[in-house]
Design a protein around this ligand. Structure first.
Ligand SMILES: NC(=O)c1ccc[n+]([C@@H]2O[C@H](COP(=O)([O-])OP(=O)(O)OC[C@H]3O[C@@H](n4cnc5c(N)ncnc54)[C@H](OP(=O)(O)O)[C@@H]3O)[C@@H](O)[C@H]2O)c1
Length: 298
């Protein structure tokens, strides 16, 4: 059993890590660290009977692995020097050991600190990774649920504004655009994020102008050893929410490729990939604790 602590204890990421880790046979959660006081289940009522221990003010010494689900700008400094860490924030994305397992396929067994990818970046990278070497230009719209902004309230996530509305935001300035370009090593890519009227889930849709022939087999071959990628007829949010799957569908007309990729921002876009990275760091099977379908209907 590995002993795990979680920072940012009352947030969405921490709650989702805890919910998923209940099913992990090799993990014991020894501390949920927070600035708040009280029981874990006071803040995550769905976890009552599973995590009723008190929140802790600091990382317990017996922890071997620390997940940081803190906001960016606060996470890097909170990571301990003497333990293995997985950072869910963007603090280390450009200078840490970045791992989106299906793309880099890295051996993580000797890494001490791993940087987990962004949610919209994950969906976009997974959508275009198989064909990036055959593309002249890529254009992407990433539609996201409101939980992508975390549990804090703001105008854009407020229910009356969000529940029946859609709008683009941070056009050409979204922080994930640079992450996508950098990880894919492909500069000719435009990305726009859209607020969608749902709580969780991402649907990335986009076009690639192709320079070389691509078929559906290109995707099947690329992802043949990636258990959490499903090539489907039509990628839909409802088929992945609550699971660690990313569903991808493609259509090709002449030199134009259309791709759609759906994932749960809180799982394959965050806590699920973090647990996948943990499995790879500790030499466990990649799917351990994560092999479950979505809830449907949501
Ligand atoms: N939401 C997503 O879909 C998503 C996807 C991928 C990556 N991420 C990244 O993952 C991280 C966690 O996201 P989240 O959605 O779980 O956010 P969240 O719901 O806002 O939770 C973050 C938690 O961090 C703690 N915190 C907040 N401000 C802090 C501060 N100034 N100093 C120290 N602690 C503070 C709070 O917990 P306490 O009050 O208990 O201390 C808060 O509940 C973020 O860096 C985010 O960018 C999020």
């Amino acid at each position: 059993m590995i002993k795990v602590a979680i920072l940012g204890g009352t947030g969405f990421g921490a709650g989702e890590l805890l919910r998923l880790l209940i099913q992990h046979p090799k993990v014991k959660v020894v501390g949920v660290v927070s600035r708040q006081e009280g029981k874990i289940s006071d803040y995550h009522p769905h976890l009552k009977c599973f995590f009723d221990e008190d929140l802790l003010p600091a990382i317990p010494s017996q922890a071997e692995l620390v997940f940081s689900a803190l906001p960016h700008g606060t996470s890097k400094e909170a990571l301990p020097d003497d333990k293995r860490c997985i950072d869910l924030s963007s603090d280390l994305r450009f200078d840490g050991f970045y791992s989106l397992p299906e793309f880099q396929k890295r051996d993580l067994r000797k890494e001490r600190v791993v940087s987990n990818p962004g949610c919209l970046a994950s969906a976009t990278i997974l959508a275009f990774a198989p064909i990036v070497g055959s593309a002249k230009k890529i254009s992407v719209i990433g539609s996201t649920g409101s939980s992508g902004a975390g549990k804090g309230l703001n105008e854009a996530t407020h229910h009356p504004v969000r529940h029946a509305n859609m709008s683009p935001y941070k056009v050409f300035t979204h922080q994930h655009e640079e992450e996508i370009r950098s990880v894919l090593a492909f500069k000719n890519l435009d990305f726009v994020a859209v607020r969608a009227p749902m709580s969780r889930g991402i649907l990335v849709t986009g076009f690639a102008e192709l320079s070389h022939k691509v078929t559906e087999s290109t995707y099947y071959d690329y992802y043949k050893d990636s258990p959490f990628i499903r090539i489907v007829e039509t990628a839909e949010v409802e088929n992945v929410v609550g699971s660690n799957f990313c569903d991808i569908s493609i259509k090709i007309r002449d030199n134009t490729l259309f791709v759609a990729a759906a994932l749960d921002n809180l799982i394959k876009g965050m806590a699920g990939t973090a647990i996948q990275n943990m499995n790879l760091m500790f030499g466990f099977p990649e799917i351990m604790g994560l092999w479950m379908p979505s809830v449907r209907p949501v």
